[in-house]
Design a protein around this ligand. Structure first.
Ligand code: PLP
Length: 350
């Protein structure tokens, strides 16, 4: 079988949720962001495991993502939608029992017209200039909106992965100014905000990346292992070239393994001649270009013929790969392609 295998350790995912939950005071509810199909790992499996770990509130980006999460969770746990209530969403929001986080006066009007009495939340912009109502817009509608009893008022931090960034305190102060004194649960912290400390936690936190093992939660347990089968092994002599464009020339005699994954699987072409794969504990450099379905790896240091090489695993998380090509672990994780066979390790049921 040439299909690459993605192993997803749901017990590690649960341990990461518990570890982030333990960062907050007892009264704070730790939610879970499971957008983008659970950061590429499978929203249904991820949500089910996190609910068993104790998560009682879930967040997705768009209403359509709520369907899989709802069917994994059953009818009762709240699922919030960051993009709010878009034209045409009413049926979906009602049927899946979703809570749109209304981002503008326009969305407020749409929601109360289409689904009067249906639960909703409010998203405020405290300085990121991405989603949510700004202070002036909020001033104009706050009295009306609060009279309809929102479930949650939230905002999002732009720089929470950098604890020393002055933007964090600025956004905290802005959020407080916009919401102090209201009698509604508040949420400001994603993973980075949880790690910034208790004044950022309010009543509800909503970490994502840390659950899946990514920075800035550097103490996270590794959740995934990506194992790519070897299709063929060959010996090349010093001076021979490898792959498209001859971008690698063997500096000495070496043994190469051709393995079965490529840029169509989210292993970006920018990793050509940069990434390292692992044969057990032995690091093996990727040589030549990343092709659509194939990678060529220098396995000269490996004893015997390896059956498969790992790109991701305990030796190397998504952030190490991301650093090599100037991106972030989030992008590596959410790019993991649909061709992998996904295997889910055990959920711990308490
Ligand atoms: C993605 C997202 C989160 C989760 O962020 P992480 O950095 O992955 O923890 C929380 N809130 C909003 C609004 C988001 O878009």
């Amino acid at each position: 079988m040439a299909q690459a295998q993605l192993f997803i350790d749901l017990a590690a995912l649960q341990a990461n949720w518990r570890a982030l939950d333990a960062q907050s005071a007892a009264g704070v509810q730790t939610g879970a962001t499971v957008k983008a199909n659970g950061y590429g790992l499978g929203a249904g499996h991820v949500a089910h495991a996190l609910a068993h770990a104790g998560a009682r509130r879930f967040f997705v980006a768009v209403a359509e993502e709520g369907i899989a999460v709802r069917s994994a969770l059953g009818p009762s746990l709240p699922i919030h939608v960051y993009s709010g209530h878009m034209e045409g969403d009413a049926r979906l929001i009602a049927d899946a029992g979703l809570i749109p986080m209304l981002n503008s006066a326009e969305q407020l009007a749409r929601h109360f017209e289409a689904l009067p009495g249906h639960p909703f939340g409010i998203q405020l912009d405290s300085g990121m200039n991405r989603l949510g109502m700004e202070p002036a817009e909020w001033d104009a509608v706050a009295e009306f909106a609060l009279a309809q009893s929102p479930q949650l008022v939230m905002s999002h931090l732009a720089c929470s992965d950098d604890p020393d960034h002055p933007m964090n305190a600025f956004q905290l102060a802005t959020f407080r100014k916009m919401t102090d004194g209201i009698n509604v649960p508040r949420s400001l912290a994603a993973t980075g905000g949880v790690l910034l400390g208790p004044e950022y936690h309010f009543e509800i936190t909503r970490p994502g990346i840390g659950l899946y093992g990514g920075a800035p939660f550097t103490q996270a347990q590794p959740v995934i292992r990506l194992s790519i089968p070897v299709i063929q092994i060959r010996d090349v002599q010093a001076g021979e070239t490898v792959g498209y464009g001859n971008s690698f020339q063997a500096p000495r005699d070496m043994r190469l393994a051709t393995i079965s994954a490529g840029y169509a699987d989210g292993i970006q072409r920018a990793l050509s001649n940069k990434a390292t794969l692992w044969a057990g504990d032995v690091p093996c450099p990727l040589v030549g270009r990343v092709s659509m379905d194939l990678l060529t790896i220098d396995v000269s240091a490996v004893e015997g013929a390896p059956d498969a090489l790992d790109l991701l695993g305990p030796h190397q998380g998504v952030d190490i790969i991301a650093d090599q090509i100037d991106t972030i672990g989030y992008e590596i994780l959410t790019s993991l392609g649909p061709r992998y066979a996904r295997h889910y390790g055990d959920v711990q049921t308490r």
